[in-house]
Design a protein around this ligand. Sequence first.
Ligand code: ADP
Ligand code: MG
Length: 794
Amino acid sequence: MVKQTIQIFARVKPTVRKQQQGIYSIDEDEKLTPSLEIILPRDLADGFVNNKRESYKFKFQRIFDQDAKQEAIFENIAKPVAESVLAGYNGTIFAYGQTSSGKTFTITGGAERYSDRGIIPRTLSYIFEQLQKDSSKIYTTHISYLEIYNECGYDLLDPRHEASTLEDLPKVTVLEDPDQNIHLKNLSLHQATTEEEALNLLFLGDTNRMIAETPMNQASTRSHCIFTIHLSSKEPGSATVRRAKLHLVDLAGSERVAKTGVGGQLLTEAKYINLSLHYLEQVIVALSEKHRSHIPYRNSMMTSVLRDSLGGNCMTTMIATLSLEKRNIDESISTCRFAQRVALIRNEAVLNEEIDPRLMILRLQKEIQELKDELALVTGEQRTEALTEAELLQLEKLITSFLEDQDPESKLEVGADMRKIHHCFHYLKKLLTDKKIHGPSRAPFSEVKDQVNQGPSTEEEYKKLREILQQRDNEINILVNMLKKEKKKAQDALHSSSMDRGEPRRSQSSPFPPGNPEGLRTLPLSAPTQAQDSSVIQYRSSLLHRKTGVREEMSLGRQEAFEIFKRDHADSVTIEDNKQILKQRFSEAKSLGESINEARRKIGRLKEEITQRHVQQVALGISENTTVPSAPDPMEEKLRSQLEEEKTRYKTMFMRLKALKVEIEHLQLLMDKAKVKLQKEFDAWWAEEATSLQVNSPPVNLFNHVKPFPQTPESQHKRSQLLSNQSDVYTRKILPSPGPLLHSQEQSSTGTRLEDRPSKGEFQPPSLHNPRQNVQLQPSSLAPLPHPCFGTSH
Ligand code: ADP
Ligand code: MG
């Protein structure tokens, strides 16, 4: 049993301007416990929190200043926890701090560079590396990813969910069994056998989180996210399983209501967050008081979930993230105060297989229950009351882990309770039939939907067609508008380049401000085509595909608009940079792969030569009728040392290739994430454009109301130029719209359009991830036209 207090660390986020110095200082001299002093500027000190103190001092295990690297954070904070998890203890790392202080950056990582990856990917990498090294045990790793928003839990890895908003997703609920163990209903556990698989799950969860977020629910700052790695190990043939969980928690912003409070929805949210952080604090205070018998875990979802990871059986670490700028001083002080309270909790981490009195009681209780069950079975006295929900859930968990257990001798131990046995059989049967029905031969959902929707009445058809016509008109108008801007930009660029030809070019990698003509830089769309680990790529691209609702029959207009949007987007620089890095890594990996093969061949040849040499020596010995010479053969020595050298080279290259593979995987995930973000922003922009067109229906006024392209705030004088081109637009508007015709062609020829699809790694055609929005492009399923922008409710 390990007794220790919760470890607290502080991390200061880099400030934008350097002159913020003087607000805080770090005292590393005091051996072992460094302290952070926050100094109140004179103008703030008066009247601040009712006292006249000028500075506040807080002690931390370690303080990471602005220049601390992600690598150092992992090594010092996360690695020790990961090590204890590998040894069988539970662990929790949580980041606490106000919004934008760097919690997500610390826990998950930045979206731009590979070196910015945070604690989760690094910990996964470390854990899988360690598991691979240890062949004495059978390890199983599962991942779950929970988001708690407004006191409701959502499974970020829910494989079923195609829903677009948080509210539509099934809620995760906390169940407690008679032994006070917590079970989470509706939270899926996913087995991950490799680091890549686990990374993919992280990506899937993050993408789901991003997609479910709307301007109305800024879930990313107001929700808590708990990424959990469940590790179990057992020696082959043994019955004792060692289980440990590692929770990596990205808490909601800790700012107080007064700061966020605007009213309505926001206030509800603020209340909840405060409540849930408040309950966390209550639990923490209760845990730190010596003789408290009751700990109020049940008050909130988060404390229930983290119950076995806050007090008691756990190694817990908190990272206080601080954005130490003048305006954030009060929030920073309250973050530090919270950390000081957390530091008072003493945890007793127990090895999860160890037998302590409490566990012994539990074990005996279980045994009594089993004996009772057995007795009931033998005497024929069957119990008839239904199994509780918690019991059912536990049974299903048992079945799942039984099915996933690699050990052929593993048993499904449900006890001698006929109700449970029956339930297991039913469940397995259901699984089997589901597999049969939904197996590979399952008809695509869209097909079924199309069949159902066949044959609408003619009037309805007309209505739909009219609506599509309207949509196409809108599309054309937006596009024409964009085209104009493009033309103008090109002219401007031409003009300015002829004006200042001598001016040095801006660095390619520097992010240009929105709307800067540098943004015109075209994106080469061809993706690196090198051979990749196809199964992983396919898995991810199918996730991306599903998440973004990408479909080939997307209207050409939108595709066109998206291409321009994408090109001018500020993120395109990052995407492009990452693409370049990826390309380099690919070619490095390719040449490394070749060198490795070469080394392998060489090793083979050397081995052959040594064997040959042996045979020759023996043959020589026989022919000369002497025994094999006792002196070492210099030729063979040479060959052996060559072999050793080659082996070392091979090993080094192999390790490098492995590291490269992980880096490539991570970069691809970052790019996929960026693409999803881009598409989300495009959709929002597109919808906004369309709405303004819809509202201002008289076509003559059209361009007075079209908003400028968001990434390129255009100068005002452009407007007049657009106005002068109105007639052009109007002509297009009254043209017999090619929309529906074109569309029906697209519809009927989806099967033959495969070759038009962008290759993997390229941007997909624009689309809406909101399935409801996608519907607008499908004549067969248009009624009652639920698209929020083109809806008839205006
Ligand atoms: P939070 O999750 O606390 O709201 P984020 O992690 O999203 O805050 O950080 C806000 C912004 O600051 C992000 O753009 C992030 O990349 C950046 N950031 C945070 N911490 C660091 C750091 N240590 N180094 C560089 N950038 C950082
Ligand atoms: Mg965040």
